[in-house]
Design a protein around this ligand. Structure first.
Ligand SMILES: NC(=O)c1ccc[n+]([C@@H]2O[C@H](COP(=O)([O-])OP(=O)(O)OC[C@H]3O[C@@H](n4cnc5c(N)ncnc54)[C@H](OP(=O)(O)O)[C@@H]3O)[C@@H](O)[C@H]2O)c1
Length: 257
């Protein structure tokens, strides 16, 4: 099913983006790896034996996004799947957070996804075929302390995706979101430099390999949304039904950042 599919992955130089690229290649797809660090991209690409490609891209630059997506479309004639994965977080209380950090998170996580989707969507609609997968987070379903800036970007990604899905009904283009809980990746070097949060949640951290497998399942089963792990999905459902009770009972556990 994935054989020879052109899959563009942002944030593929590290963490789950790199694992998704490797797994998709094993399944016969042609991953196109994008990120700012060209050296890291080549390191990841070196672990991929199948056909693949690498482009340097900073998703905060509209010009670069348009140039790179057009170059990929020129070279391969189509993009079958776009995985908007580039992102970062800074976990701190809003009163201490700099506006620059809040703005930058929105620029990379949310606007990066918007720019890449805008650049790729016309070709997908023209081909009446495509799948856009947005890597959001449990933080986009359930907000906790020290995540005002980060959580807002992930809620925004999910809102954008849910709206776009309606617009693309009957146009052959699918939109999915994947919402993982904490994953053991270099994400926390920036999000939690003290290591305090990681220590608290180490026991429940997902591996990037597990998340990559779930992303591939979302592609193969054309799933609308996947929240993982299972316990987080149950928590999100309870939070949506009983937000006050959930906050009261779970606040201490969830706010350990
Ligand atoms: N780790 C977690 O606990 C967790 C949980 C839920 C969701 N997520 C989400 O999963 C996604 C991937 O995170 P990860 O855990 O794999 O973190 P990671 O290992 O730090 O990888 C982040 C990737 O994003 C890229 N990136 C950052 N800024 C960029 C920019 N301006 N332009 C282009 N690429 C950029 C980085 O590449 P360069 O630096 O080379 O550009 C890197 O490849 C993020 O959207 C994150 O919010 C993570």
């Amino acid at each position: 099913m994935l054989k020879d599919k052109i899959v563009v992955i942002t944030g593929a130089s590290s963490g789950i983006g790199a694992e998704i690229a490797k797994l998709l290649s094993k399944q016969g797809a042609i991953p196109i790896l994008l990120a700012r660090s060209i050296e890291k991209l080549h390191q990841v690409a070196g672990q991929i034996s199948g056909k693949h490609d690498v482009f340097q891209l900073d998703v905060t630059s509209t010009k670069q996004v348009n140039e790179v997506m057009n170059a990929i479309l020129d070279k391969y004639q189509r993009i079958d799947i776009l995985i908007n994965n580039a992102g970062f977080g800074v976990f701190e209380e809003f009163i201490d957070a700099s506006l620059e950090a809040v703005e930058k998170m929105m620029d990379v996580n949310y606007m990066g996804m918007v720019r890449c989707t805008k650049a790729v969507l016309p070709a997908m609609v023209k081909n009446k075929s495509g799948h856009i997968i947005n890597i959001a987070s449990v933080a986009g379903k359930l907000a906790t302390a020290k995540s005002t800036g980060y959580s807002a970007t992930k809620f925004a990604m999910i809102g954008f995706s849910n709206s776009l899905r309606h617009e693309l009904l009957n146009k052959g283009v699918l939109v999915s979101t994947v919402n993982p809980g904490p994953i053991d990746t270099p994400f926390f070097d920036t999000a939690d430099p003290s290591g305090h949060y990681v220590k608290e949640v180490k026991w429940m951290m997902l591996t990037p390999q597990k998340v990559a497998k779930e992303v591939v399942k979302v592609i193969n089963h054309k799933k609308r949304e996947k929240t993982l792990p299972f316990s987080a999905n149950v928590g999100v459902k309870l939070y949506q039904l009983f937000p006050n009770t959930f906050d009261r009972l779970m606040g201490n556990v969830l706010n350990r950042k």
